[in-house]
Design a protein around this ligand. Structure first.
Ligand code: SAH
Length: 442
């Protein structure tokens, strides 16, 4: 914190980034039911209509996967959708304080777990690279603490366009990037501060070394299956062609049980559920890695603890968008079910949270950081932006209560070396995990 107080005017200017009245994706929207005057026939709609005509209705998960990450026309693959001119705004794009506090979190965990001589920072879905840039700036500013630690950066990104933006943000291409589209490591370079950085399409390809993982607004774009309870039992929601209107899609219910139904809990009490098997696979991979090598994962997203029902929605140009209209032109998202993530960690690692963004950032010292930046800034417009950014991140009616933080940690991080807690043990108990309780420096 003290070191960050010395941040220069450049970072101060960056501290308030966005003009705030943009829409953030955590806002709730009921899906697929809005009256629509026009339904442009996008290349993606054509592709989906052919597909459904050939093989029948598709699951919502297949629809999301095609629309968002189809390598030829997927929404994420060829565009920059973030920020004021895009479709939605995210916390790192609103204020640099967000990324700085996450940087502090990783350093605090690195210190609490014995200051390993080397670690990887792995980000899933890095957007414009803004969050990684803010974390790296903190690493540089706390260079005296991290000195001698060998750090490398690993970005998991499927979007060609966004990976190019990330490379520009993080490396400024001072050293030419190495590209190899056919390799699991499709791009390599060196960051502005001289740290090796690599890009992958899949977490599986990131070296299984001691790592800190971060995923911000990543899990919400992974494909969900949707199920409706009916008198005949659970039925999967599918997407079909509307027989009344040409080139229009509609939701239908599967006439009989589908295999994905196995994901529903036997004691489920809701009448509509969304399940994200891909999130489960990624959580299992993260858990196994953390159990094997140590480290931690910090996951931040909007979501719930197994309580919400229909959260599938679309965003385009900072407006809510019908999910079935003009596919490929709008972002699609569903709230993250943290109770499912916890179940998928299956005891391999310990989990903390979800806790509200407001609580996490407060525990990490956001008020102190805001005060430092306000004290350093004389310009009224800058002060105004700093305060607006703080309000957006922290206000319970804005992002403060809708966004959550969730962490995966090795069991011994919470309970000491042994899984059995002995009240008389001479060994000091592990330090509290920052953010989930107040930040303390050991
Ligand atoms: N974390 C950033 C961006 C969030 S948008 C922020 O908070 O600003 C979602 C990000 O995940 C984008 O970078 C998108 O290209 C990426 N993404 C979407 N699906 C993915 C997948 N299956 N694997 C890897 N990255 C994915």
């Amino acid at each position: 914190m003290i070191v960050l107080a010395n941040a220069g005017a450049r970072s101060l200017r960056a501290a308030a980034r966005a003009v705030i009245p943009c829409l953030w994706r955590g806002k709730y929207f009921s899906s697929g039911k809005e009256p629509v005057e026009n339904n442009p026939v996008t290349p993606m709609l054509q592709h989906l209509v052919y597909k459904i005509k050939a093989t029948g209705p598709i699951t919502v998960a297949e629809y999301m996967k095609e629309v968002l990450t189809n390598p030829a026309q997927g929404y994420y693959v060829h565009r920059d959708m973030l920020g004021e001119k895009g479709d939605f705004i995210t916390s790192p794009e609103i204020s640099q304080i967000f990324g700085e506090l996450l940087g502090i979190w990783f350093i605090s965990e690195w210190m609490a777990t014995g200051k390993s001589a080397t670690f990887q920072l792995v980000e899933l879905g890095p957007g414009r690279g803004t969050l990684a840039g803010d974390i790296l700036r903190v690493f540089s500013q706390l260079g005296s603490v991290l000195k001698n630690c060998d750090i490398s950066i690993h970005l998991v990104e499927v979007s060609q366009k966004l990976s190019e933006i990330q490379a520009l943000t993080l490396t400024e291409e001072k050293v030419p990037l190495e590209r190899n589209a056919g390799s699991p490591v499709y791009m390599k370079g060196v960051t502005k501060s001289g740290i090796p950085i690599s890009w992958y399409r899949d977490l599986q390809d990131v070296p299984k070394e001691y790592s800190f993982y971060v995923a911000h607004e990543f899990f919400d774009v992974l494909p969900v299956h949707k199920f409706q309870k009916t008198p005949q039992g659970w039925r999967e929601v599918l997407i079909d062609i509307d027989p009344q209107v040409s080139d229009k899609l509609r939701f239908v219910l599967a006439p009989r049980a589908t295999p994905a139904e196995a994901f529903i809990q036997h004691d489920e009490t809701r009448d509509h559920v969304e399940v994200c098997p891909e999130a489960g696979v990624i959580i299992q991979e993260l858990s196994q890695r953390i159990a094997l090598t140590g480290g931690a994962a910090l996951i931040a997203d909007y979501g719930h603890d197994g309580t919400k029902t229909d959260t599938f929605r679309g965003f385009c140009g900072h407006k809510l968008h019908d999910v079935l209209i003009a596919p490929g032109t709008a972002d699609l998202t569903a709230d993250v079910d943290f109770s499912y993530l916890r179940r998928m960690a299956q005891g391999t690692v310990a989990s903390l949270g979800p806790i509200k963004q407001q609580t996490f950032l407060k525990n990490m010292g956001i008020d102190v950081r805001l005060k430092v930046l306000l004290d350093k800034s004389a310009e009224p417009s800058l002060r105004q932006q700093l305060l607006q950014g703080y309000d957006m991140l922290m206000n319970p009616k804005k992002m403060g209560e809708r966004f959550n933080f969730f962490a995966l940690l090795p069991h011994q991080r919470l309970h000491g070396r042994s899984h059995e807690i002995n009240a008389n043990q001479s060994k000091p108990s592990p330090s509290p995990v920052a953010g989930f309780s107040e930040l303390t420096w050991q």
